[in-house]
Design a protein around this ligand. Sequence first.
Ligand SMILES: Nc1ncnc2c1ncn2[C@@H]1O[C@H](COP(=O)(O)OP(=O)(O)OP(=O)(O)O)[C@@H](O)[C@H]1O
Ligand SMILES: [Mg+2]
Length: 317
Amino acid sequence: MTTRPETHATLYVVGNINVDLIMSTLHEWPKKGTEAMLESSSLRPGGSAGNCALALSALKSPFRLVANQGNDQFSGWLAGMFPESAPLWPTCDCETSLTFGVTHPDHERTFFSNQGHIVRLSMHDVLAQIPPAAQSGDWVLLCGTWLCTALYAQYPQLLAALKQRGYQIAIDSGWPPEDWSDDLRHQAANWLPFCDALLLNEVETLGLANAETLDSAALSLLGQMAENAFCVAKCGPDGARLWAKNLTLQQNAEPVDVVDTIGAGDSFNAGFLSALIYGLPPATALQWGVRVAGCAISSSPRRYPDWQSLFGLVEKI
Ligand SMILES: Nc1ncnc2c1ncn2[C@@H]1O[C@H](COP(=O)(O)OP(=O)(O)OP(=O)(O)O)[C@@H](O)[C@H]1O
Ligand SMILES: [Mg+2]
């Protein structure tokens, strides 16, 4: 294939973009009041929406990052990474959301985050950045659900408004910091009916459904979602699975040497939803998700597949 296929659809990614500063490797937790010298550091945009948008930008998929920003030296740096989206981001008079992380010798990581702009993103900010009427095939992805606290409080109204505008809606809520509770499940029951694709990992799927097996969890969630919805479970090294009406699919992950798993799920979302905005079927979307995530987590500096190799998967089917 020499020319890239066209689409008129766009993916709107709504949620948290922040600064990630990761330092390696902390061998022993330092004593209070001392300074620890670590070997290396890496500074990059992060957050679920940020990770997903970085992948979409590398894949050259049509997308907009729908977000807000703080008002300090980091704000311009983040905005500069997404020049097509950032002019619409409202500025809050606050610090930029920032995560500082250290990696440990066993590859575990410890993170420290401030609140910053992401807790201030509002439904009004989001709706002002998304066209009043969807083009055919447009999707909105809501991610960083539990971190965008002001926005989460408005989820039912936001989802209703997006549906009214004609968008298909995907949600990757992630794991709630205070664990799943009946109260949270009850709240989810209000937004699941608007959701056309749920993109959780295995334990999140089990936790949200409060079920024992992945099949029973996914089918019970699917039963609460929009008509013709997809329930996807990301299963780490085992790839990903998908449930839809009269359809279950499984896509193995290619074995890779993992160097950095940060944003694996967000990179999967970018691949999966890119396929959908090109009108490709769910089996291809799973392949794209797994391919993009596998490439991202096995490269340093981070790399993503080129469009020829992704559309090459379509030709093989
Ligand atoms: N060890 C691995 N080997 C190969 N592929 C992997 C591995 N870990 C993750 N992946 C790929 O990344 C995708 C998403 O990873 P995972 O299932 O861990 O999601 P997640 O827990 O939502 O990730 P995140 O922590 O980024 O939110 C998987 O579906 C798989 O395709
Ligand atoms: Mg995830």
